[in-house]
Design a protein around this ligand. Structure first.
Ligand SMILES: Cc1cc2nc3c(=O)[nH]c(=O)nc-3n(C[C@H](O)[C@H](O)[C@H](O)COP(=O)(O)OP(=O)(O)OC[C@H]3O[C@@H](n4cnc5c(N)ncnc54)[C@H](O)[C@@H]3O)c2cc1C
Length: 465
């Protein structure tokens, strides 16, 4: 029976006072009863706008209808046809600005909780079926994928489904990209990512870690090794630093370094041999998802006070609303409309305070976003023991520098055509390496699109279509 309930079925969560000192997942997921109840809120629109809001085109009403019937395996199969990393996207996708923002139920109440249902179905499948995909017979063509973040993983999976022999070359010692080194365990447990990677290996995809393309091998050398096409999904992992006095003091770090030490190197565990700075008072500079992740991690590592310092208003923060809310519930303090101008150190060179200045909204730029303008004479001091910078990232220029003819913008973003091909024949690119820091689902969508383009191009060349 149709569920007229105006609000989403709530998702059980760990209590804020408990979770702010552990790294276990905050949101605990729906039970089967909750999922069915929520699925029955879907009106099954004849022209589903939610699907248009999904970068990987999941047949949303169809999978939700199966959830409403209690046929979770059929629901999973529908999702899996277009999204092979659903346990991940169900957790971290900004559904509120994508599929859910177009849901008909959202007009008079809250939209259907599409993300929560996607997560439920994927978790149910992993716990109850977890059938590993089978390897498709080889079509004899080798493809190289550079980087094992969501974009590389989704491209590899789509190509393996079509019979390509795919090798992923990953610079780090663990595959997964930002999914393992950036997004914390309490939002995306590493076992979830590991299970998706296991599925990929079962599809026959080989993953070679500790392989920095541009150093160990160049893109041209990959072609010499008989790879027919290359997909560059190397992300945008180079942090932007502040150019203010004191920015190079010891306890000032980038979110990339801070979160990598925590996530990948497990710095919070006693047996870990990577050190981490966990000052008593921590100031996080920035207002995106990365800032929320760094702030919440610092709290979990025992900081007594964690401030998020942001130069625009709270409504302009780019972090997902859920993450902002979770951060506040966990005791993170937001200081908005203020910018750091100097980081002060004491006699032994340790951070002791941050000098800040108040800001006001200035004129809108080309995108319509207003730039913060400092208010003269409004400086103030904030005590601090460490500062973590979350100011965005850019792509590393290594691949560009070592690949003749590969075109990039001034900011180092790879230039691609509509199919995802770069200025070099049979070299494709996607994800953050092309768009700059964006979202998991956009990176996955780009990987999928490039896989289709690579397939068409190679089959045309071989006279197969
Ligand atoms: C802390 C944090 C939190 C985030 N939270 C969210 C969120 O909640 N929701 C959301 O949708 N998005 C979120 N994002 C953004 C999202 O994670 C990225 O948009 C997405 O991971 C981009 O995927 P990608 O595959 O293009 O690149 P990445 O995930 O960055 O993967 C690139 C991979 O390429 C490897 N690599 C780089 N250079 C080379 C080389 N030369 N040779 C070989 N390998 C190389 C890197 O080691 C890395 O593993 C977050 C980002 C961060 C940093």
């Amino acid at each position: 029976m149709f569920n007229v309930q105006d609000k989403k079925t709530p998702m059980p969560e760990q209590d804020p006072e408990v979770r702010n000192s552990n790294f276990e997942e905050v949101a605990m997921g729906y039970t089967a009863e909750m999922a069915i109840n929520e699925a029955k809120r879907c009106v099954q629109c004849r022209k589903p706008r939610c699907v248009m809001g999904c970068p990987v085109n999941i047949k949303i009403p169809a999978f939700i209808a199966k959830v409403a019937e209690g046929d979770f395996e059929a629901a999973y199969n529908i999702i899996n046809r277009t999204n092979t990393l659903s346990a991940i996207s169900g957790r971290v996708c900004p559904q509120e600005t994508q599929c859910e923002s177009r849901c008909a139920r959202g007009i008079k109440g809250e939209p259907v909780a599409i993300g929560r249902l996607e997560r439920f179905v994927s978790d149910w499948y992993r716990d109850n079926v977890n059938k590993m995909p089978e390897k498709v017979p080889s079509n004899g063509n080798k493809i190289a994928v550079v980087g094992s973040g969501p974009s590389g993983l989704s491209c590899a999976s789509e190509l393996a489904k079509r019979g390509y022999e795919v090798t992923i070359f990953e610079a780090l010692h663990t595959p997964g990209g930002v999914l393992v080194y950036g997004i914390p365990e309490f939002r995306l447990p590493k076992v979830i990512v590991a299970n998706e990677i296991e599925k990929l290996k079962n599809q026959g995809v080989e993953i070679m870690t500790n392989m920095v393309i541009g150093r160990v091998l160049s893109i041209d050398e990959l072609f010499e090794m008989d790879y027919k096409a290359v997909y560059i999904a190397s992300g945008a992992g180079l942090p932007i630093f502040l150019r203010i006095p004191g920015a190079s003091l010891n306890e000032v770090s980038s979110a990339n370094e801070y979160l990598t030490r925590i996530n990948l190197m497990k710095a919070y565990r006693d047996e870990s041999d990577t050190p981490i700075m966990s000052g008593r008072i921590v100031i996080i500079v920035g207002g995106g998802n990365v800032a929320m992740d760094a702030a919440r991690s610092a709290k979990r590592l025992g900081a007594s006070k964690v401030y998020v310092l942001y130069h625009r208003g709270e409504a302009e923060m780019t972090a997902r609303l859920d993450e902002q809310l979770h951060a506040k519930e966990e005791g993170i303090i937001f200081v908005t409309r203020a910018d750091p101008v100097e980081i002060l150190g004491d006699a032994d060179g340790s951070v002791c305070a941050v000098r800040c200045i108040r800001t006001l909204s200035g004129e809108p730029d080309k995108t319509g976003r207003r730039h913060p303008v400092p208010v003269p004479g409004s400086e103030f001091l904030m005590k601090a023991d460490s500062v973590i910078l979350c100011l965005g990232t850019t792509p590393n220029s290594l691949i560009c520098k070592t690949t003749p003819g590969l075109e990039a913008t001034k900011k180092g973003l790879l230039v691609v055509d509509d199919t995802g091909m770069t200025s070099r024949e049979n070299v494709f690119a996607g994800g953050d390496a092309v768009t700059g820091s964006a979202t998991v689902i956009m990176a996955m969508g780009a990987g999928k699109k490039a896989a289709e383009a690579i397939d068409i191009k190679l089959r045309m060349k071989q006279g197969l279509c």
